[in-house]
Design a protein around this ligand. Structure first.
Ligand code: SAT
Ligand code: MN
Length: 580
């Protein structure tokens, strides 16, 4: 017996009977256990040592080349009523799903060790945190979970006193894409994942628990589980506003979360509370209070460099796991956009040849504790969370969508979030660069019917006496020549500054049919190298284009039938009428 909680021991025994591992190890989160696991992985090639002089405690993992991203087409939400999963999810009948995946799990851990990982999503002492146990046969998953969650003995103690937990069963199986499923049973608070060792497919605390299952729990319990970064923006006067921002995977959440203010902004400081997931609860003061359920970053490596994200580069020189990056001649990790050094090996361990494609896989990742980040906010450990002043939605849109606009009010903000769209990225398998609807950046992560989810958003907002303001941004507008029109990165602070001016009543804004845009002179462009006509274009509302966009949004929402809240269609019509 390894736990004081009988239901946990019982489940571990059942899983062991099904998967028949040689050995069972309970993970306590200790340094000792972690060192032993790493030594074992170094011995069997799961991990490769990187240059320990330049990168102490850093290791490289090369995944199976056919296992490099989330697999949305193999990800299922298994609810007793299909309509509860909604058109936004792949669905399977729960009994059929269990039968199918248990067939794969049968005997799959023979010759392997089964690890039992108790973890807590959120600060151990926060009432907003939720716990789970992941069972896995991948030591790489154990080490990643140790960085990404509060894992081990304190989590187990909380689970034992609460008596309930999310059950996550994972096996890498044969890493065969034909024998791969990521299944969610929200009614049973259970996840079963087979056949992949990569990221969100395998680190079950992240997308599977903290978004798909948590969004379901949040709906029942009156809170929001969202795909958002959380930052504190401190002004030279010393006041800090917390902002939560939703962008699809690989659209710059990590960069925005660690933003370094431009030289024109002395005295400004950005604090990182989280870079991917945000749980928000209505507070007694009528505001939304947010925690980051994670304790580490699983960030996209390519494109991360001194210019784009110096804070990330600085935190990656020690105690980090790199997955599918290249290496230099002196065995340092390398990816496109990092430095002028040349790679000698690519992500598959082949001699680097440009003809083979990039040295790092486009979805190559780093895993690191958030405590290593220079901009880490101690508020990330605050059990009460941080109060949210603004919610920001955004996607990659080459045309139409202005640099920034503010929704009229909460209900309009829900429409703005629900009608988000973005070009697809390498974070999931499939075509890259195709514009698709990605409401609240939750398309791959909402554990239930989007119609119900939008209704829940409306309900939560209606109960807030002091709701956050809601904005939409687009850092990715391109000129006719295909060049980005907005410099982005540190200069995005200028846009956040305008939002804070709106929150504090310093900026009047300009009323437009789609919402409120910065009035002439309100966006701080001091020292910014941008042509006035480019800025104009970034802040223009193209009525013609928007009419077409609203029509497409209407069609998209109609796909959710009766479950789509009439209030949302009404908001859409309001905008449409204003445009006409
Ligand atoms: O692979 S993950 O789902 O963890 C990363 C992402 O897509 O955001
Ligand atoms: Mn993400």
């Amino acid at each position: 017996m390894a736990s004081r909680l009988e239901s946990l021991n019982q489940w571990v025994s059942e899983v062991a009977a099904l998967t028949t591992p040689d050995e069972i190890v309970w993970c306590d989160g200790s340094e000792q256990q972690s060192e032993a696991l790493k030594a074992q992985m170094l011995a069997n090639g799961d991990l490769l040592e990187l240059n320990q002089e330049t990168h102490p405690g850093c290791y490289l993992h090369r995944s199976d080349p056919k296992d490099v991203a989330r697999v949305e087409h193999l990800t299922f939400v298994c609810t007793s009523d299909k309509a509860d999963a909604g058109p936004n999810n792949h669905w399977m009948d729960p009994a059929a799903a269990h039968a199918k995946i248990d067939g794969l799990f049968a005997g799959c851990m023979r010759g392997r060790t089964m690890y039992v990982i108790p973890y807590c999503m959120g600060p151990i002492d926060s009432p907003f945190s939720r716990c789970g146990v992941e069972i896995t046969d991948s030591p790489y998953v154990v080490e990643n979970m140790r960085l990404m969650t509060r894992m081990g003995t304190p989590a187990l103690q909380r689970i034992e006193s609460e008596g309930s937990f999310v059950k996550g069963l994972h096996s890498i199986g044969e890493l065969d894409p034909e024998r791969r499923f990521i299944m969610h049973f929200p009614e049973e608070l259970t996840i079963k994942s087979y056949g992949s060792g990569y990221g969100g497919n395998a680190l079950l605390g992240k997308k599977c628990h903290a978004l798909r299952l948590a969004s379901w729990q949040a709906r029942d319990q009156g809170w929001l589980a969202e795909h958002m970064l959380i930052v504190g923006v401190q002004s030279p006067q010393g006041d800090t506003h917390y902002i939560a921002a939703a962008f699809p995977s690989a659209c710059g959440k990590t960069n925005l979360a660690m933003l370094i203010p431009p030289e024109t902004h002395p005295g400004w400081k950005v604090w990182t509370v989280g870079d991917d997931i945000c749980w928000m609860h209505p507070g007694k003061d009528g505001r939304l209070w947010a925690i980051n359920p994670e304790s580490g970053f699983f960030g996209v490596a390519p494109g991360t460099g001194e210019k784009t994200n110096p804070n990330a580069v600085a935190m990656l020189d020690r105690d980090a796991i790199f997955t599918n990056v290249g290496v230099t001649a002196d065995n340092q990790p390398w990816w496109e956009g990092l430095s002028d050094q040349q790679p000698v090996k690519d992500w598959q361990g082949r001699d680097y040849q440009p003809g083979n494609g990039p040295a790092a896989h486009p979805n190559a990742r780093f895993t690191v504790s958030m405590r290593q980040c220079n901009s880490f906010s101690p508020e990330a450990d605050n059990p009460a969370g941080v109060p949210i002043s603004a919610i920001v939605f955004g996607g990659r849109r080459a045309s139409l969508i202005p640099l920034v606009f503010e929704a009229r009010d909460w209900a309009h903000g829900v429409l703005v979030g629900a009608s988000m769209a973005s070009e697809t990225t390498a974070a999931a398998t499939g075509a890259v660069g195709v514009v698709r609807r990605d409401p609240m950046a939750m398309k791959p992560f909402c554990g239930y019917n989007f119609g119900d989810y939008w209704q829940h958003w409306l309900k939560v907002g209606a109960g807030l006496s002091n709701p956050p303001r809601v904005f939409h941004v687009n850092w990715f507008r391109k000129s006719a020549e295909g060049r980005f029109m907005w410099p982005g990165f540190g200069d995005n602070l200028r846009v956040l500054q305008w939002m804070i001016d709106r929150c504090d009543g310093r900026a009047q804004g300009r009323q437009e049919p789609i919402g409120v845009l910065p009035a002439e002179g309100e966006l701080n462009t001091e020292g910014l190298d941008i042509a006035p006509q480019v800025l104009d274009e970034l802040l223009t509302v193209d009525s013609e284009g928007w009419r077409a966009e609203l029509e497409a949004i209407g069609e998209y929402m109609a796909g959710f039938g009766e479950r789509c809240p009439p209030q949302l269609q009404a908001e859409r019509e309001r905008t449409e009428n204003a445009l006409n």
